[in-house]
Ligand binder design. Sequence first.
Ligand SMILES: [Zn+2]
Length: 57
Amino acid sequence: MDKEMLVQLKCPFCKRRILDASKSIKSSIQPASQYSRSDYYAKCWNCGRIIGISKIG
Ligand SMILES: [Zn+2]
């Protein structure tokens, strides 16, 4: 896998890397809340908070 093809998505709370996404996909990462809908949810392995990830393009 070519690292140049990936963009790191980071936890909005502690800035640790949550996952890598393809550069061809635009993603938005934000704290998960009942007021904003996200496509994916991930739990940060570092701080344990839930992060919402949306594919926006
Ligand atoms: Zn975190």
